[in-house]
Ligand binder design. Structure first.
Ligand SMILES: NC(=O)CC[C@H](N)C(=O)O
Length: 191
């Protein structure tokens, strides 16, 4: 199994370190040519969603990745990555728009934008959650399903091949969300 990590900007290195710990092969997508390689899953990291969207379009990567996601490629978006997947974005612009969620950007305001907590994620129990100028999911609809709620706000969701978290599981020691994603990839191969 090989996972591609979008590495134009943001917290991509830490995702690679998580995958190393799980013994999963990975490589970085920095330019269009990197997409010549085949891969079984895609990680969209945290960072700045507006910058990532701009680079995706400028580097001619946007259409290729959107088509792969629509064709069922397992994808995991954290924080800005969640915003890239959202069908609707409050205070921002839609990017791939493949997931039936409304993302509210910088939703916790200046003061509360970054914090740490531990809370339940469906199927995983209590896990560490680090939020950095995070969005939350203000609405989940269609085939999307809520996986975690913190203080009444949805912070993780899944829709078939797509997984999104408002927090950064790659910044804590716990590998369970990445394991969950690896399991999604395995299941997609047996379908
Ligand atoms: N840590 C993050 O990824 C922050 C996301 C950022 N606020 C954005 O809108 O893209």
């Amino acid at each position: 199994m090989t996972i591609a990590i979008l590495a134009m900007q943001g917290a991509f290195l830490e995702h690679g370190q998580m995958l190393d710990r799980l013994g999963v092969e990975h490589f970085e997508i920095r330019k269009k040519e990197n997409l010549d390689r085949s891969f079984d899953g895609l990680i969209l990291p945290g960072g700045e969603s507006t910058v990532m969207r701009k680079l995706l379009i400028e580097l001619d990567i946007y259409d290729i990745l959107k088509e792969k996601i629509e064709d069922g490629l397992p994808v995991f978006g954290t924080c800005a990555g969640l915003i890239l997947l959202a069908d609707q974005v409050e205070d921002g612009v839609q990017c791939f728009g493949t997931m039936n969620i409304l993302a509210k950007r910088n939703a916790y305001g200046r003061q509360l934008g970054s914090f740490y907590t531990e809370d339940e994620m469906k199927g995983l129990g209590k896990i560490p959650m680090t939020f950095i100028r995070a969005p939350y999911i203000a609405d989940v609809y269609g085939n999307a399903e809520t996986l975690a709620v913190v203080d009444g706000k949805v912070v993780a969701a899944r829709q078939e091949n797509q997984l999104a978290t408002a927090f950064h599981p790659e910044l804590n020691d716990d590998t369970s969300v990445h394991e969950y994603f690896v399991q999604m990839i395995k299941e997609s191969k047996t379908q």
